[in-house]
Design a protein around this ligand. Structure first.
Ligand code: GLN
Length: 500
């Protein structure tokens, strides 16, 4: 039998169903892998005792029930981004200000996963309040990408962000899957940087209840897994209507795995000209062209499309997201949660707590957000951004009248070195040029590992679909995955296996 940590969720499910492996064994192997991966700093909290209890309960359920009665994630060990509240387990959002916060409730998405039988290995590291593209803004330190460049200076690289801990843990095979959240690209960009699959479903598909809010009109939870089938399995467990989130949508959750037919014949795949951005590296352009060719060879028809407002997406995002963040983060005042810096009068205590508790990037966003929402500038910035946001959505709606899905690169580069771009917020923000438009439009999108850069680092292709057409996104992604045949292992894994 293959090493247990090399199995995909689908493979493990089959072995569990055949009683060839127990959830306990699978969990023990992953607890050891989480420990071995500690140099990557992918976890803020490890929960091995809880994992063993959950695995034992899963084995018991399996002994009592037939396979059809079990949940779709029965016995599968996963990690949860530390932005999801987990009952009784430290939840930090990567911030000092949530020191010691043990939520008295469980987020709906994680509760759905536990109900489906999944086993929790721990809480993964992230950019503070999910603000970032490198995982370097975490109070708990940066996460290292399990990949290293095959050529060049061999510096440690970022796993992307903000779901960088989840991405690194999945890529390093410490966990079989992990939850992420995506506000402007935080599932898809780290998936691309670490050679895994990351999917942001349609806004409203997964409940936001119990997820620490960053920008409420954009935040969406989604799965991060090693392949497309696993994303389909995990999304099915995560998704669903939740009366506690008024923006969650009451629609039945399909069996996403059934959408992986491998057949894209006759589909029309949009290729948006505006995504050929200035200065796009040749290898990204080449990967994109390759992706188009793969789909064509499988019988789909590439169609040039225009999304004319694409160039306004990033500036629009950096008004809307900070505006919502400044309002959402007002609750961290030293009174109700986590950190309190005792100091003189009440106002001084607020100031001291927020001054001490928030990192530089979070403060930058709160300042920008407060500015664009201030009485004198509200119309010029916030209302304008909202109007441009509707134009961006309209571009997509019009494009989807003639195409079934849209193909773009996920990110404009491969993973960069830890510490790079930290003094240049705009360069950091530019990482999300290809992911932010779908976020503003609330559309489902996935990143699939599709090739290697000249330096031997993973690159992703990005498929965007119509609202609530996750099935189409998964179907197209499955065909790309098959054609790309991406089997290279991260340096961290390869190194471990050869004992170096
Ligand atoms: N990198 C983007 C930002 O910093 C997106 C983050 C996210 O999707 N959570 O806002």
């Amino acid at each position: 039998m293959a090493t247990l940590t090399d199995l995909t969720i689908a493979e493990a499910r089959d072995l569990l169903d055949k009683r060839e492996v127990a959830a306990r064994e699978l969990t023990e192997a992953h607890i050891a892998a989480v420990e071995a991966a500690r140099p990557l700093n992918a976890f803020i909290t490890e929960t091995p005792e809880r994992a063993l209890e959950m695995a034992a309960a899963s084995d018991e359920r399996r002994a009592r029930s037939s396979a059809e009665d079990l949940g779709v994630m029965e016995g599968i060990p996963i990690a949860i981004k530390d932005l999801f509240c987990t009952e009784g387990v430290l939840t930090t959002a990567g911030s000092h200000i949530l020191d010691g916060f043990h939520p008295p409730y469980e987020s709906t998405v994680s509760a759905n996963l536990w109900r489906a039988g999944a086993v929790m290995l721990g809480k993964t590291n992230l950019d503070e309040f999910a603000m970032g593209s490198s995982n370097m803004t975490s109070y708990y330190g940066g996460v290292e990408n399990p990949w290293r460049a095959a050529s060049g200076d061999n510096r440690p690289l970022v796993p992307g962000g903000s779901s960088g801990g989840s991405a690194a843990a999945v890529a390093a095979r410490a966990v079989m899957g992990a939850t992420g959240t995506d506000t402007g690209g935080s599932i898809r960009q780290p998936a691309a940087f670490t050679g895994i699959v990351g999917m942001k479903p349609t806004y409203g598909r997964c409940s936001r209840w119990g997820i620490v809010a960053f920008a409420s009109s954009l935040d969406q939870a989604g799965p991060m897994t090693r392949d497309v089938r696993d994303a389909a399995i995990m999304l099915r467990a995560m998704a669903g209507h939740d009366p506690k989130d008024s923006t969650s949508v009451d629609r039945p959750v399909p069996d996403y795995e059934a959408a992986l037919t491998g057949d894209v014949r006759g589909l029309r795949i949009g290729v948006p000209e505006q995504y050929r951005v200035d200065g796009m590296p040749g290898e990204i352009e080449a990967l994109w062209t390759q992706g188009i060719e793969w789909l064509k060879a499988a019988g789909a028809e590439p169609v040039e499309i225009s999304l004319p407002h694409t160039k306004y997406a990033l500036p629009t995002y950096y008004i809307v997201a900070p505006a919502e963040a400044s309002s959402n983060l007002a609750r961290y005042d030293g009174v109700r949660y986590g950190l309190r810096e005792p100091s003189g009068e009440l106002d001084e205590m607020y100031e001291a707590t927020r001054g001490e508790g928030f990192g530089a990037e979070v403060k930058r966003r709160v300042l920008i957000g407060t500015y664009v929402l201030s009485a004198g500038y509200y119309d010029a910035y916030y209302n304008k951004a909202r109007r441009v946001r509707s134009l961006i959505l309209r571009d997509f709606t019009e494009a989807f009248e003639t195409v079934d899905a849209i193909l773009t690169p996920t990110a404009p580069s491969a993973a960069f070195a830890m510490g790079e771009k930290m003094d240049d917020p705009i360069a950091m923000y530019l990482n999300d040029v290809f992911t932010v438009p779908a976020s503003l439009a609330g559309l489902p999108a996935i990143s699939v590992p599709a090739g290697l850069s000249e330096e031997g680092l993973p690159l992703g292709l990005h498929v965007i679909g119509k609202a609530f057409d996750e099935e189409m996104v998964l179907r197209v992604a499955g065909v790309l995955e098959e054609a790309a045949d991406f089997t290279t292992e991260p340096t961290f894994i390869a190194g471990r296996e050869t004992g170096s």
